[in-house]
Design a protein around this ligand. Structure first.
Ligand code: SF4
Length: 289
């Protein structure tokens, strides 16, 4: 299958078989996100998905974990999702787990019975753009959910037996609010118990509404030093047994990852080393085209 778009998935999915079932993001309105701006969301025809399954089976593929793409694959209707998973399992009896990106709203649209049925079919982990624990930040960034809604929907997932991974972005709350955001996120995670937290750290994309706000002086961006301090604080406060944490700061080539609480001291030491370095340098902002 010819892939359309940009692959963006948690590093925990690097070994999974990525099977696109849609193109782009059905929401496509988060203030900071330029990932799928050039694409109109559409669901791929089942025949095209089946062709891809045939191709990979003919090439000898036998995946255990399938990652359904793209931007928020879980928003596809229940019947269609069930049909895709059932068909994939027919081609690959080895496939035990189905993971994909989701939005809080997309979870709310499925009933408790449907979530349980999907769990029984192998839906194992949904990656949700939690981004922030602060309601005013979620609202300003035009996320489709409030913190309370995120609490509710992650709770429904837990009841159904589906795990979740959180995508967050240090810097999302702007200059001077990183530690406040870190503390709100830690409270959220300590209650909702994600299996993984991935911090992509904010990238200021020139194609986005957020970048326009920066140019007008409405939003004051945090620099990468602030983002490292925010990231460190989250790791310090996370109290979720066995959570995999992966923090990327691509612009400054820094990545701190590990399993908590086991690796906490090692991770904090890595943050301290990077913070010490960037305290002595000019501010660095992560700006992309
Ligand atoms: S952050 Fe996620 S939900 Fe928001 S527009 Fe981008 S892909 Fe869609």
């Amino acid at each position: 299958m010819e892939y359309e778009g940009r692959i963006c998935r948690g590093p925990m999915e690097r070994g999974s078989y990525m099977l696109p079932i849609s193109v782009g993001c059905s929401y496509n309105a988060c203030r900071f996100c330029g990932l799928f701006k050039d694409l109109t969301y559409r669901e791929l025809p089942l025949e095209q998905i089946e062709e891809e399954l045939k191709r990979v089976r003919a090439a000898g593929g036998a995946p255990k974990t399938v990652y359904l793409g793209d931007g928020n694959a879980f928003c596809t209707g229940f019947d269609r999702l069930k049909q895709i998973i059932t068909m994939t399992r027919e081609y690959f009896p080895t496939a035990e787990r189905f993971n994909m990106d989701a939005t809080v709203t997309g979870i709310a649209e499925k009933s408790g019975g449907q979530l349980k049925e999907l769990a029984a079919l192998g839906v194992s982990r949904l990656y949700i753009g939690i981004e922030s624990g602060l309601d005013d930040v979620l609202k300003y960034m035009n996320k489709e959910h409030t913190a309370d809604e995120a609490y509710e929907q992650t709770g429904r997932l837990r009841e159904a037996g589906i795990g979740y991974g959180a995508h967050i972005m240090t810097g999302v709350s702007g200059r001077g609010r990183g530690l406040e955001n870190a503390e709100a996120l830690a409270v959220f995670f300590n209650r909702t118990r994600p299996e993984a937290v991935i911090n992509f750290s904010i990238f200021l994309n020139k194609k986005t509404a957020l970048f326009g706000d920066i140019e007008k002086g409405i939003f004051k961006p945090a620099d990468e030093l602030d983002n490292l301090r925010e990231d460190r604080r989250i790791v310090e406060l996370l109290n979720v047994d066995g959570v995999d944490y992966d923090g990327f700061h691509d612009t400054i080539l820094t990545r701190v990852r590990g399993r908590l609480p086991r690796d906490r001291e090692k991770m904090l030491a890595a943050f301290d080393k990077a913070i010490d370095k960037y305290e002595r340098l000019e501010p660095v902002y992560s700006i992309t085209g």
